[in-house]
Design a protein around this ligand. Structure first.
Ligand code: HPA
Length: 245
């Protein structure tokens, strides 16, 4: 089964997504962000999870990433399409980026299932943090539905919930980041620890702080988010229609 984790601006899937079951909130790691919606889209069994909760009540640094990922795996999910709203350093607002690398600047987040209390010191390979198979499928779906995608990019994950300073963005630019978000980690590495395929569709909703002259305009961000998510939904729809996992 496949899952879609919706980020800011994406709290439900298309109306064609027929939900036949909602599922539990509690896990050994605590509560998940929202009820898991399980149903069918284009003949595929899909689980949808709203990362920030159904009314965007959970900020990025308070999301229980471990509970979310554990619950998805428990349901039998094998691959996850994550949707992330991001700022762009070299990708303009409204563009869609399928990142292939991550730099993690977040802190104080529970970022592993291999915890001391489990008595297990595990390590996973994370050289390529996203599933190349899944990334290729997203890129193919973009091509077949005429949706322009930037096929690679480095996702820098900050802690939030505040946006960054200009100097922080300049530093991350020097590090090689092309987009900046607050929710890419530890989600991606937790998926890897649980052996689930994971890739992200990142929607750029603003230029990062200081890239252009003006400061960030929240109203404009919301507008870009609402418009852009319609394209993201169309992309997901195409992807799931083509899909075999
Ligand atoms: N920075 C971090 N996270 C974000 C941004 C940003 O500029 N825009 C949307 N999410």
């Amino acid at each position: 089964m496949q899952a879609v984790i919706g980020g800011s601006g994406l709290y439900a899937l298309n109306p064609e997504f027929r939900i036949d079951r909602s599922h539990m909130r509690d896990t050994p790691y605590g509560e998940i962000s929202a009820e898991l919606k399980i149903g069918e889209l284009n003949g595929q069994r899909i689980v949808f999870l709203a990362r920030h909760g159904e009314s965007h009540q959970i900020p990025p640094h308070r999301i229980n990433y471990r509970a979310n990922l554990w619950a998805l795996q428990h349901l039998g999910v094998e691959s996850i399409i994550a949707v992330n709203a991001v700022g762009g350093i070299d990708a303009p607002p409204k563009s869609l980026v399928i990142p292939d690398q991550i730099i993690d600047y977040s802190s104080n987040r529970e970022q592993s299932f291999f915890d001391a209390d489990k008595g297990e010191a595990g390590h996973v390979d994370f050289t390529y943090p996203y599933s190349e198979t899944l990334r290729k499928r997203i890129i193919a779906a973009g091509q077949s539905s005429d949706i322009e995608l930037t096929q690679s990019g480095t996702y820098g994950c900050t802690n939030g919930p505040r946006f960054e300073t200009r100097a922080e963005i300049q530093k991350m630019q020097r590090d090689g980041c092309s987009i900046i978000g607050m929710t890419g980690m530890p989600e991606a590495c937790l998926a890897r620890e649980l052996d689930m395929d994971y890739a992200s569709i990142a929607l750029v909703v603003n230029w990062c702080a200081g890239i252009k002259d003006s400061i960030l305009d929240m109203e404009q961000i919301t507008k870009t988010l609402d418009q852009g998510m319609k394209t993201v939904l169309r992309l997901i729809n195409t992807l799931l229609a083509q899909n075999d996992r």
